[in-house]
Structure formats: structure tokens, C-alpha cells
Design a protein around this ligand. Structure first.
Ligand SMILES: Cc1ncc(COP(=O)(O)O)c(C=O)c1O
Length: 383
């Protein structure tokens, strides 16, 4: 099997699995218990928090553990806004956000908030000037992702934050789920108030994530209960998941520069090889430094996405059309449509995403298989 769907999820790293064995076994205490077993578990949670603070360049108390990226996105949007429910206000997100942001923002309109969805250009890029034009005195929150999960485009978050600071008092959230381990995630440099990460995109377990919440940002919990995580996320901590997240994020950050360069070269090679075999395939998203290093995305005329994915799957290549949630559904991706791709091309999209375990042999073989399967699919599909 050639696994080229690392944007959907990644295999759990051996080092991470090994470290998770402690809290899955002998270190079983509840971190809120004050006895020895509880303190032992607490020390693991503390270590993971230290590690994330190091990766994100923030204070330890600014890290809130969640049950994954989607929950962190929900907390980032609902947390600051729920306390303003009666007053309403204005919210801005980009058209190309992951559903965890986009659907949450749309849901908030039912609670009286007004929503502006920012247009993007053909690369999926949000123009800071567009943001400047839609800001209002009552804008409460702006959420634009750091890196897009369907085409890998990097958004100009620093610039966008600057625009927000100049034009409003709004908070700025960025979903950095795909960016962790690929681009620097220094929250001081970025200037954001809230930032989402998820463990399973970087060799950690599924169901574990975190939200950076800048000191002083008012935030109500979405999950109420025992008041864990300084009253920002109740529930007994998922200690194995938190341990896995802390180590996976730290390792991903330590290896970031070397891995990003290696994967960038492999992704470029993959794109080139496929274009040799399928010359009319059209690369989507931004190019070069404007995108994540591990993404190869193409619209392939006449190769319906779901059919191609099935063929690739049979031939041993795990790939995706857009995001894992979008593929499997027949609706064309909201991201590709927002980028202005014609619906037929949006339905003929292939996303190949590389990871730590991807080799040049994988890339060469996968390109051959893609070329062959596209040719066969085209031969069997009436024009
Ligand atoms: C950009 C982005 N945001 C949020 C998520 C959701 O993260 P999780 O799967 O941890 O809920 C994903 C992953 O699917 C993603 O790619």
C-alpha cells in the first residue's frame, strides 16, 4: 500500500505509541486526584503542556487540551462569542475554512451573529485588503486558517492579524491543524489570539488536540462540568491522548525544517511525474512557498474523482479527492468551488499528501499508477 493521504491522518509514530503506554497502563490515575496516582498522571499532562508551549512559543497556561481539532475550532469560535449571545455582533471567516470552523460560524448566525464569508482567489488565498473592507466596529472575531486542508494554500495570517488590529477590536483565530510540523507556528510572531492544532495529523493519536488561548482572551467553556483545564474544557483529561499530542507535536517541530524540505522535493517530483503522464492535469492551489510542502493537488479533466479514487485504492494507492469528510459525499468541495474551479473540474480533483514515511520509491510508483488509472478511466468513460 502506498499511503498518500497524510492530510486526512497519519500513522501514530512508534515513539508516541511507546510514551502513551504509560498512561494506558500503570499510570492510570485521574489528574484531578491529589493522591500519588493522580499526581503521577498530572505530571504527564504538565509535561505535554510544557512541550506544546515550547512548540507554539506560548505560556503553559495558554494551552487548553481538547478532544481534537474540531473541538478546538468550536471552542475558539463559540467560547468568546457565547458570552455575547444577547448582544450579537459580527463574525468573519474565509470561504475555504474546514467545516469545523465554517459550520460552527454558520451555526452562530442562529444565535444572532452576523457572518461574512471572505472570498478567495483562484489559489484559495485570502486577500488582506478584502478583510480590511469587511471589518466593522462590531466585528468580534475573525477566523482564517493557516493552511488549507484541501489544496495546501498558506494564508497570510500575519498580515490578516495586522489588518484586524488596525481596523477593529476583534479576536483572531487561526486553524493551524495542517500547518503543525510544516511551517513555523510561533504565536508571538503570528500575533493570533487563538490557534488550533490536532495530534493525528502529526503522528499522534486521533481525538486529541489543543487550543492556544492568549492570556486575557475571555472564553466560556463549550463543555461544562468539573472545571478542568482552568474551567475552559471540562472532563477528565484524555491522558494518553494528551501525552501523544505533546510528544508528536514536539517531534514534528524538531524535524520540521528537514522534513518540509524533503517532502517539498518529493511533492514537486510527484507533480512533475504525473504531469508527464497526464499533461492536461491542472495543478490547483498556490505554488512554491505559498503552499504546504507535502501537498500535490490536481484537477484531472475527464477523470471523475470518486471513480479515480476507487481505482487508485484497488491499485494500492490511498489518496483523496479533497478533505476526508468531503470525499465520500457527492457534493463538490466548497473549497474548490470558492476558488472558482468549474464544478466538473472540482469533481475531478485528486489530493495526494505526503508524510514522514513517504519515500521517493512511493512517489515514482504512485505517479505511474495515477497515470495508468487516469488513462484507463478515460478510456472507459464516454466523453
Ligand atoms: C484544517 C483542519 N481543521 C480541523 C480539522 C479537524 O481536526 P480533527 O480531525 O482533529 O477533529 C482538520 C482535520 O480533518 C483539518 O484539516
Amino acid at each position: 500500500m502506498i499511503y498518500l493521504d497524510h492530510a486526512a491522518t497519519t500513522p501514530v509514530r512508534a515513539e508516541v505509541r511507546a510514551e502513551m503506554e504509560g498512561p494506558l497502563g500503570a499510570i492510570f490515575g485521574n489528574p484531578s486526584s491529589t493522591h500519588a496516582a493522580g499526581r503521577e498522571a498530572r505530571s504527564l499532562v504538565d509535561l505535554a503542556r510544557d512541550r506544546l508551549a515550547e512548540v507554539l512559543h506560548c505560556r503553559v497556561r495558554e494551552v487548553v487540551f481538547t478532544g481534537g481539532g474540531s473541538e478546538a475550532d468550536n471552542l475558539a469560535l463559540r467560547g468568546p462569542l457565547s458570552r455575547l449571545r444577547g448582544e450579537g455582533g459580527h463574525l468573519v471567516v474565509s470561504r475555504v475554512e474546514h467545516e469545523a470552523v465554517l459550520e460552527t460560524a454558520r451555526d452562530l448566525t442562529r444565535e444572532g451573529f452576523e457572518l461574512t464569508e471572505l472570498e478567495v482567489d483562484s489559489r484559495g488565498w485570502v486577500d488582506p485588503e478584502c478583510l480590511a473592507r469587511v471589518l466593522r466596529p462590531e466585528t468580534r472575531l475573525v477566523s482564517v486558517m493557516l493552511a488549507n486542508n484541501e489544496v495546501g494554500t498558506l494564508e497570510p495570517v500575519r498580515e490578516l492579524v495586522r489588518v484586524v488590529r488596525e481596523g477593529s477590536d476583534a479576536l483572531f483565530h487561526t486553524d493551524a491543524t495542517q500547518a503543525l510540523g510544516k511551517v513555523p507556528l510561533d504565536v508571538q510572531e503570528l500575533g493570533v489570539d487563538l490557534l488550533t492544532i490536532s495530534a493525528h495529523k502529526v503522528g499522534g493519536p486521533k481525538g486529541a488536540g489543543a487550543l492556544f488561548v492568549r492570556h486575557g482572551v475571555p472564553l466560556d467553556p463549550v463543555i461544562t462540568g468539573g472545571g478542568q483545564e482552568r474551567n475552559r474544557r471540562s472532563g477528565t483529561e484524555n491522558v494518553p491522548g494528551i501525552v501523544g499530542l505533546g510528544l508528536a507535536a514536539l517531534l514534528a517541530e524538531r524535524e520540521r525544517e528537514a522534513e518540509a524540505e524533503r517532502q517539498r522535493q518529493l511533492a514537486a517530483q510527484l507533480t512533475e511525474l504525473i504531469l508527464e503522464l497526464v499533461p492536461d492535469a491542472r495543478p490547483t492551489g498556490a505554488s512554491g512557498a505559498g503552499r504546504l510542502p507535502n501537498f500535490c493537488t490536481l484537477a484531472i479533466p475527464g477523470a471523475e474523482g470518486e471513480l479515480l479514487l476507487m481505482r487508485l485504492d484497488r491499485a494500492g494507492v490511498c489518496a483523496s479527492a479533497g478533505s476526508a469528510c468531503a470525499s465520500g459525499s457527492q457534493a463538490p468541495s466548497h473549497v474548490l468551488l470558492a476558488m472558482g474551479l468549474e464544478p466538473e473540474l472540482a469533481a475531478a480533483h485528486l489530493r495526494l499528501t505526503l508524510g514522514r514515511t513517504t519515500t521517493s520509491v512511493d512517489v515514482e510508483e504512485a505517479a505511474q499508477i495515477v497515470g495508468r488509472e487516469v488513462a484507463q478511466l478515460r478510456a472507459t468513460t464516454p466523453a
